[in-house]
Design a protein around this ligand. Sequence first.
Ligand code: GDP
Ligand code: MG
Length: 299
Amino acid sequence: MSTPEFRSGFVALAGRPNVGKSTLLNALIGAKVSIVTPKPQTTRHRILGIDTQAQYQIVFVDTPGLHRGHARALNRAMNRAAGAAIGDADVTVIVLESLRWTEEDQDVLGRAQAVGTPLIAAVNKVDMVHPRNRLMPYLQALAEKAPFEEIVPISALKGTNVEALRRAVLQRLPQGPAYFPADQISDRNERFQIAELIREKFMLRLREEIPYGLTVQVEALEKADDLMRVAAIVWIERDSHKGIVIGQGGAQLKACGRSARLEVERLFDRRVHLDLRVKVKENWADRERDLRSLGLGDE
Ligand code: GDP
Ligand code: MG
């Protein structure tokens, strides 16, 4: 596979929370590698999406959004993971939201420029801009902020220009060998994928601060014939959140469990039995030690 012209490298998808980094990763890979919700700070880990073709292997790195407000250990760990991904990249794609420029975008740009790797801007959510030429002044202003190799307007949601972005990235990759087997699309195992899908369903259904203090751990996973048995714990921060997470007569827990189960069944193409239990670990998101025990510390 490693001919002399073979190109490979790590490409960080950097950006503030909620600009569409995970949606873009999934569009580039053509599979749901990273969970997506309308809430900021959905992604908590560095997640790889691997695109291998005859002439190249691009390892896209989805990152937690770099954000301000570092009060909690979880937020500090998320920012560290994002910073490390940018530091290790061969190419950085800074993902932005059409027509918006915030102080957090400026922070991300500063971080990426300090590393000095080739920088491409992906201006996402162009499907929201009507008429499309309203974007022109924004693109011009952006070009003056930094010496971007390319600025590519995209819609990760609709797939618009995603191939143009992939080509722009590929042109800047060095020659090198494949790092992963050709059939591997992510670095994450089944337990992680299932825990993330369960967490996504809670994040989608719960309001306000509770989803940020919720994490999911798959305790047991067994496969027998066409059935998969999964036991998972939903960790929350406060006893007072239990009522909301479980819901009246268990309705909320059931609804989240059901929609997670359906998606896991589709993903693994087998029947799934999902056992969810809710447990409290007081203020786990504030303590480095708890983060590590929940698989959320430094990776
Ligand atoms: P991340 O925090 O940067 O990873 O952002 P996500 O990928 O989780 O997306 C945040 C929200 O933006 C979700 O509701 C996505 O559906 C939405 N989104 C992402 N890309 C697009 C896009 O191209 N167009 C529109 N309209 N929405 C998008
Ligand atoms: Mg994300």
